[in-house]
Structures are given as C-alpha cells and as structure tokens.
Design a protein around this ligand. Structure first.
Ligand SMILES: [Zn+2]
Length: 475
C-alpha cells in the first residue's frame, strides 16, 4: 500500500488515484532564462523517480511539466543578450532538455509552454472576474485573496510580508496587500497578448492553474515541486483553480526539500550558482543520482563533493561485488535455500521501502544489504547460477529508480585505483628504458602484453608515453 506525505493535510496518507489505475501528476517546471540550478535538478530527478515507481506499480502516469517562457527574468535576459524574449526561452528550453537527458530523466507526457496557453489563462481570469474573485485595475487584473476562504490552507500563510524582516512595496491600486497579479498590462517593447483588459501578459501563478485545467482537468492526483514554491505559488494556484471550479484542485501536494550549499541556501537569488551542467561535468549523472537518492526527498540535503564521491564509490563497489559473485566457478550449492529466500523477498522489500513515501534511501540500503548477503552466501558455496538470478532482479529494480547496477567497465574499475596506476606507470618506464637501450623485444613485449590486458600505450610527440584503458565490459 503506497502511503505519501500530503502537505495539504500534513499527514502520511494512503494513495489511491481518483481514476483507478491512472495517475495525473503535475510538476512545476523551470522559467527558461538560464541554465538549470542543481537544486532544481534534484527536484526534477526525484519526481521522475516517483513517476517511474508509480509505473513500476502498474499505474499509467500522465506526467506534465510546464515551461514558463514569458516572465520578467526572461525579458531582462533578452535585453542583456540582445535577443528576443522568445529566443531566450527557446535557447534555455533546449538547454533544459540537454541537461535532463544528461541526468537520465525520462520525458514528461506533456511539456506545455505558457505562451501556447494564453487564451486559456485569459478565460480562467475572466471566470474569476465574473465570480467576483478578481478585479481589473488599469489593465492589470488582481486576485481578491480575501474572497477565497481557503487561502493559506497549504502553507499556513496568507501574505508575503508576514515573514520576519520582509517588507513588500504595496501597490496602492490593490485592494489588499496580499492580492496578487493574474494579468499584467503591457509595457512598451515587451511581448503582449490581447485580452478583455487590454494588451498584456499573464502572471506566473495563473499559468499552472490554466495549463493543468486544460490538459488534465479540474482535479489532479499529485502536484509536486520544490518547497520554495509552496508559498505563494502553490497557494495561489489553489486559490485560482478552486476559486473557479469549486472542485478540489490537487489531492496530494508534495514538495522536495532544499539542497544546501554549505551554509547558503541554494537559490538563484543567492548568487552561489551551481548548474546541473557544471555538476554533470564534475561528477557524472550516476554519482549525482546515488547521492540525491540516498537522502529522502523531504529532507534538506547539503551538497558536498566528498559525500558525492563517497556515494559513488560505495555504489561502484557494490557493482563490482555483484559482477564478481554472479560468475566464477560453480559451487556445491551450500546456502542455495537462503539465496532463494532472498530472491523471493527482493521485490517486496524494494516495494515496501518505496511504498513508504518514496523512501529511496531505504530502497538503496536494501541493495547493499542484499549484495552483502549474496557475497557471504557465495563464499559459503551458493550456486553461481542462482546468485546470478538474484543479481539480475536487483538490476531491474535499480533501474526502476534510474540506477545502474550493471557490471562496471574495466575503465571504471581501474580509475582511481592507485596501485594499478602505479604499476602501469612502472611498466611504461621499463619500456622506455628498454627502448633507450634498444631492447626492442622487451619494449614490444610490454606493449603487446598490456594491450592483451586492455591497456593501450600511446607514444606522444615529445617522446613520452601515456596509457589509456580500453573500455570493455568484464566478461
Ligand atoms: Zn506551478
């Protein structure tokens, strides 16, 4: 039984979708004005994992993620780069897909772009105006927060300026400080669309309400995003959607916690920017994934290079262990019953962990425990064939959360192995001495023997020799 923490009720509840077998899930996507921040990368990776798990459990998942492609930040960036707002959005939408591909995320079912749905937003706003929940002023339209009874039910907050120290400049034209913009009157030179209130563009919050309704209907099962979106963005989405439809908008509200960078909260405004692109380059997708998934999504996570390296090394060690024990000489079969018991309990153990609010750290811990048990049973004399069956099943389950448990390449095994590096360097220097003393037979022997082991020597122009490991799978 899948149980999820619902931030609307602040409780862990049994999850059943509205329509049996089908899950409607929406995740607030990026504003495409720059390269994606690694904190957002964690969020998007996690919800992709949640979606994969729901599919593994047999649900058909409609997974929608929007692009905010019109916004002040995009307009400002367009001015900086000397290109149009549409070109900025296009450029960073493409960059977003590159980064998501780099992280190994699956594509969403739909990627609505705000600018393709302006007519739905205008209709939504008009509906709110008709119901007295919104009012136009000088070409802008504001939501009348005081008229929506449930305002604050998700976040426990009603206004932006009740945070300590924060002072918001109150627009005198608004009836109340907490009223927020649904439509913004056009400013000279900015992209604008026709509306009953004159030319302008939609506010950020209305985008999600209108696109969800257009693509998914009045009520969806899961709405997720980073915790920084809970207020005001998600609170405003509720007011806009439920204000209009008078139906529950979202059944489960879920949020990923902050990724911290040392002591500084990682958000774009801090300036301590670390992009997904930088991180992929520095650590690789699998290392980031194992690092992220070893912490529960609802827990804040502090970024540390050491922690990523340690997580990656631990996972690589498990992959090496599994690759070693699934092959080798056949044994007597001592311990085979225990291996069969592990096999029988494997899927249930994984599902039990993930059913508990997508507990990825517990699911990953199961892989390590099972790997350890298999190693001991194999040493005791368990059959290689049976062990290989369990390992194959472990790989399938790891793949559910996007983790690779396959036998590592030789290159992966040897990288960072100081002894191997030292020995190879020694052989290279022996060959150099052999060449210097015209002992061609020995020089060739070193080269050919290493090549047979999968190591290629490369003679450089300056007379030195480097070596590289030819990638191949452990056979
Ligand atoms: Zn949103």
């Amino acid at each position: 039984m899948l149980r999820l923490t619902n931030n609307l009720t602040r409780q862990k509840e049994e999850f059943q979708p509205l329509e049996p077998g089908k899950v409607k899930m929406y995740v607030c996507g990026p504003t495409v004005y720059g390269l994606l921040h690694i904190g957002n990368g964690r969020t998007f990776m996690f919800w992709d994992v949640a979606r994969r798990y729901l599919e593994h459990r047999g649900y058909e998942v409609m997974y929608v993620q929007n692009f905010t492609d019109i916004d002040d930040k995009i307009i400002n960036r367009a001015a900086e780069e000397g290109i149009s707002a549409a070109d900025v959005a296009e450029k960073y939408t493409l960059a977003y897909f590159e980064d998501m591909d780099g992280l190994g995320l699956r594509r969403a079912t739909h990627y609505p772009r705000a600018t393709d749905h302006v007519e739905h937003m205008v209709a939504h706003i008009q509906g709110l105006v008709d119901k007295g929940l919104a009012y136009p002023v000088d070409g802008d339209v504001y939501y009348r927060v005081a008229r929506f009874e449930g305002y604050g039910k998700l976040s426990g907050r009603k206004t932006e300026d009740n945070e300590a120290g924060a002072r918001v400049d109150v627009d005198k034209r608004k009836e109340d400080a907490s009223d927020f913009a649904l439509w913004k009157a056009a400013k000279p030179g900015e992209p604008a669309w026709e509306s009953p209130w004159g030319k302008g563009r939609p506010g950020w919050h209305i985008e999600c309400s209108a696109m969800v309704r257009d693509l998914m209907g009045d009520t969806i099962d899961i709405h997720a995003g980073g915790v920084d979106l809970k207020f005001p963005h998600h609170e405003n989405e509720i007011a806009q959607s439920e204000g209009l439809t008078e139906q529950p908008f979202v059944r489960f509200w879920m949020h990923t916690a902050f990724l911290n960078f040392e002591l500084v909260k990682m958000s774009k405004s801090v300036g301590n920017i670390k992009t997904v692109r930088d991180m992929l380059q520095a650590f690789g997708a699998q290392a980031l994934r194992i690092f992220f998934l070893q912490t529960h999504y609802s827990q804040e996570l502090t970024f540390s290079e050491e922690a990523i390296k340690a997580a990656e090394a631990g996972w690589l060690k498990l992959r090496k262990t599994l690759a070693r024990i699934e092959q080798g000489p056949e044994a007597l079969g001592t311990g085979d019953d225990e291996v069969r018991a592990l096999q029988a309990g494997l899927v249930e153990a994984f599902n039990t962990a993930m059913d508990d609010d997508f507990n990825t750290p517990a699911a990953i811990a199961q892989f390590f425990e099972t790997g350890d048990a298999l190693r001991r049973l194999r040493a005791k004399g368990a059959s290689a064939v049976l062990v290989a069956d369990v390992v194959a099943r472990m790989r399938e389950l790891a793949d559910v959360v996007g983790l690779d448990l396959s036998a590592p390449d030789v290159a992966d095994v040897e990288l960072g192995d100081e002894l191997t590096t030292g020995l190879l360097d020694t052989l290279v220097s022996i060959r150099a001495e052999a060449k210097a003393t015209k002992n061609w037979a020995l020089a060739d022997k070193v080269r050919n023997d290493l090549k047979a082991l999968g190591v290629q020597l490369v003679d450089q122009k300056d007379g030195s020799t480097s070596w590289e490991i030819i990638p191949r799978v452990l056979a």
